[in-house]
Design a binder for this molecule. Structure first.
Ligand SMILES: NC(=O)C1=CN([C@@H]2O[C@H](COP(=O)(O)OP(=O)(O)OC[C@H]3O[C@@H](n4cnc5c(N)ncnc54)[C@H](OP(=O)(O)O)[C@@H]3O)[C@@H](O)[C@H]2O)C=CC1
Ligand SMILES: O=C1O[C@H](COP(=O)(O)O)[C@@H](O)[C@H](O)[C@H]1O
Length: 520
């Protein structure tokens, strides 16, 4: 097994450039992660596999215990076997070694005895350690409705740490964090009565994606980018999330939320905050989050007229949203939304930010597209100043890439410009580099005590304030979705909204005479 602390040249655990600010993990830490909801979907698909990869790559402390906790009566061998089935590795021995660290505690989510029993198990395990501090990470892979009672149980029954300096307790919670501004504040209030913000790690897994983590480096470490990053040069911004599949049996769950609560109010708004925020004073988690909150608070609530809602219908082959048996009959829940946001500050006044998200669309793609203003007095296209518009595209998934669409002279004897791209495709530039899954990074951050990529309460409040009036109008039936076909690009009305926001699509540009592309 690799060592927990690594040197800067070897995938540093302690983020070398920021060591002066934070995030030490003691070598003799008795580390226990308790996965509450161990029998569930998220735990098996995301939490345990992410823990395994961290273990496999030597990023978990050597003194490691993993405790699954749930109501079901599970046999430990069955649980280990089931978890092993979800671990992506050919190394059977390593997988066996990992699952041997897992034990199981059966218990209710609302009984004090159950949490006292968990505390007892933890005390026994921590006493067996080498006298170092204890680190307890409670991972709530549970429906948010039980967070308050579980956090109460943990606080009252299972929060007693050994009296050793450096011991800590942290809690990871998953979205949705409420249904609107009020319910989110109520939930936050309930949790903060039990645990302070420093102990609460609200996951938004988009913050763990490679290109999101790259955003501050790209924006603030490149002299030629920073001066252009404002309304003088950028005309409009699109942040787009497209999934090619529908709800597929999850209609019951999805219908409660809809696409805005599922994806837009959280993931896409976090992306926007990183794109639009000012430079933070330092790389400290709170300095960064302060800037995110500031920019979110500059955004006015979305108006009905600045939004297009959609719901997918059958294309004759694939089912429509209402054809899913788990979807309530006649539901008007949007599975697609495009909204136009305005950021009221000096940097962004006059630049529309379009967020677009949809299920059952034509492709899988998440990207950020910044379209630059036209050049003044276009020497080649006097009649059409929009002909050579530059764009910077950051593709978050699939196949991470950053490309800049720009005009160059078409090679040859003529003197005509043509659109081309400066292309940074991660697959070719970083061939041998492992790009971690978002959950791997975020769990590791939580172990290190780094809250930068977790959502603070005031960020959440600002994010809900932007969408709550629109969500209430939808919930009250004042706004209804238009239909779009399963597998299409979404409702044409969304393209109109985007066009009206000033986006000019270059129909003539086709990616790639680049020979490198065929190697991808
Ligand atoms: N490194 C790499 O991997 C690179 C890849 N490429 C690829 O080249 C292709 C072209 O890239 P690019 O020019 O950036 O993107 P596209 O030409 O695919 O799209 C440009 C924009 O136009 C929109 N659009 C697409 N079709 C229509 C339509 N029929 N009507 C109205 N709007 C439309 C898209 O919206 P929406 O997406 O919402 O439909 C997008 O916002 C892409 O597949 C891209 O991934 C290019 C450069 C580098
Ligand atoms: O949070 C969610 O995200 C997924 C999309 O995540 P990705 O990492 O695959 O892009 C989405 O499918 C789901 O509906 C939503 O709840």
């Amino acid at each position: 097994m690799g060592s927990f602390k690594r040197s800067a040249s070897n995938n540093s655990l302690s983020a070398s450039a920021r060591d002066d600010i934070k995030y030490e993990v003691s070598d003799n830490l008795a580390f226990t992660v308790v996965v509450l909801g161990a029998s569930g979907d998220l735990a098996k698909k995301k939490t345990f596999p992410a823990l395994f990869t961290l273990f496999d790559k030597g990023f978990l402390p050597k003194d490691l215990a993993i405790i699954g906790y749930a109501r079901s009566a599970l046999d430990i061998n069955d649980l280990r076997k089931k978890i092993k089935g979800f671990l992506k590795s050919k190394d059977e021995a390593k997988k066996d070694e990992f699952v041997q660290h897992i034990t199981y505690v059966q218990g209710a989510y609302d009984k004090s005895e159950a949490f006292e029993n968990l505390q007892h198990t933890l005390e026994e395990r921590e006493q067996k350690s080498q006298g170092g501090p204890a680190g307890r990470l409670y991972y709530l892979a549970l429906p948010p409705s039980v967070y308050p009672q579980v956090c109460k149980g943990l606080k009252e029954g299972a929060s007693q740490l050994p009296d050793i300096e450096g011991s800590w307790l942290r809690i990871i919670i998953e979205k949705p964090f409420g249904m609107d501004l009020e319910s989110s504040e109520d939930l936050a209030e309930d949790l903060n009565k039990l645990f302070p913000e420093e102990q609460l790690y609200r996951i938004d897994h988009y913050l763990g994606k490679e290109l999101m983590q790259n955003m501050l480096v790209m924006r603030f470490a490149n002299r030629f980018i920073s001066p252009c990053w404002n309304n003088q040069h950028i005309a409009n911004v699109q942040i787009v999330f497209k999934e090619p599949f529908g709800t597929e049996g999850r209609g019951g769950y999805f219908d409660e939320f809809g696409i805005i609560r599922d994806v837009m109010q959280n993931h896409l708004l976090q992306v926007l905050a990183l794109v639009a925020m000012e430079k933070p004073v330092s790389l400290g988690a709170d300095d960064i989050r302060d800037e995110k909150v500031k920019v979110l608070r500059c955004i006015s609530p979305v108006k009905g007229e600045d939004s297009i809602l959609g719901q997918y219908v059958s294309n004759g082959k694939d089912p429509g949203y209402l054809d899913d048996e788990t979807t309530p009959k006649g539901s008007k829940t949007p599975t697609f939304a495009a909204v136009k946001l305005h950021i009221r500050n000096d940097r962004w006044e006059g630049v529309p930010f379009i967020l677009k998200a949809g299920k059952a669309l034509n492709e899988r793609k998440v990207e950020i597209r910044l379209q630059m203003r036209p050049t003044v007095a276009n020497l080649w296209h006097e009649e059409d100043p929009n002909a050579l518009r530059n764009e910077l595209v950051m593709r978050i998934q699939p196949d991470e890439a950053i490309y800049y669409k720009l005009a160059i002279k078409k090679p040859g004897l003529e003197y005509n410009p043509v659109m081309s791209e400066l292309d940074l495709s991660y697959k070719s530039r970083f061939k041998e580099t492992y790009i971690p899954d978002a959950y791997e990074r975020l769990i590791l951050d939580a172990i290190r005590g780094d809250q930068e990529h977790f959502v603070r309460r005031d960020e959440l409040r600002a994010a809900w304030a932007i969408f709550t009036p629109l969500l209430h109008a939808i919930d009250d039936g004042k706004l209804e979705p238009v239909e779009y076909k399963h597998g299409s690009r979404g409702p044409p009305e969304a393209d109109e909204l985007i066009r009206d926001a000033g986006f000019v699509r270059n129909e003539s540009y086709v990616w790639g005479d680049s020979p490198r592309r065929s190697a991808l």
